[in-house]
Design a protein around this ligand. Structure first.
Ligand SMILES: [Zn+2]
Length: 253
């Protein structure tokens, strides 16, 4: 209770401190003069790559470019969110998106994660390889940067398909590097840090991940932030970090 109040006061303070007209966060609806930088050097394909990005994180709600892209896209497709009752499963739920969903009428949201104890709000235990929900349970699903952590990602995608109702949609983001997926099976954590930059990333996904979605039965629309207008990030900046956030996938059952 006190923690929630304190974070709300903090958000209000940062909203004033960073206020400006240059950028807009579609999640917390702040108008901002800058975002906060992302700092880090990670390996890609076995070579160190500087991912520094001047304008990355929303100083008010802490969303990243991929989240603001996803919500800007959703707002441009109101038929996906509005107009009827929907039950949405939000996997690995970000708290700022939880607060955003609360503002949508007729939306019931279930939160799921492999480690629900990490959260300060109610989250169901979900193992994406064997999901404990019946077939056709949800009208919608959102899942950011999860599949790259799963060895058997095709099995996870089939489970996502199974628990969605016919006609339901899923919005998926994951870091994308070029056209073709790069994967060296059997690496240990050090090997993965060397090849992919992060100890628990199982591959560097390419746009060919679409094939895995289609194999599960989905109709796939690949959207790039180039075709979703808005000042939710700095478009003159083009860093490897921004590049990897360029796409989202709308899957329809
Ligand atoms: Zn924000």
């Amino acid at each position: 209770m006190i923690g929630e109040l304190r974070s709300r006061v903090g958000r209000q303070w940062r909203k004033i401190r960073y206020s400006g007209e240059k950028y807009f966060c579609p999640i917390c609806e702040s108008r901002l003069n800058s975002f906060k930088p992302f700092v880090g050097t990670y390996n890609l394909y076995g070579k160190p790559v500087d991912h520094f990005t001047r304008h990355a994180e929303c100083p008010v709600c802490q969303s990243q470019i991929r989240h603001r892209f996803l919500i800007t896209y959703l707002k441009s497709r109101p038929e996906l969110l509005f107009g009827r009752k929907r039950k949405l499963l939000h996997l690995a739920p970000e708290d700022f998106l939880r607060r955003f969903w609360l503002k949508i009428p007729d939306l019931e949201v279930v939160f799921g994660d492999f480690r629900p104890e990490r959260y300060s709000f109610k989250v169901e235990h979900v193992n994406l390889l064997k999901v404990n929900f019946p077939d056709a349970s949800f009208d919608a699903l959102v899942c950011n940067h999860v599949l790259e952590h799963i060895v058997e990602d095709e099995k996870a995608i089939s489970e996502i398909y199974r628990i969605l109702k016919p006609g339901a949609w899923a919005l998926i983001t994951l870091p994308i590097y070029g056209e073709k997926t790069y994967e060296k099976p059997g690496l240990d954590a050090n090997g993965r840090i060397f090849e992919y930059g992060i100890h628990d990333h199982m591959r560097l996904n390419g746009l060919d991940v679409v094939q895995k979605f289609e194999n599960a039965g989905f109709k796939v629309t690949t959207e790039s932030f180039d075709s979703v207008p808005g000042n939710y990030f700095e478009r003159s900046e083009n860093t490897p970090h921004i590049q990897s956030d360029r796409y989202l996938f709308l899957l329809q059952k």
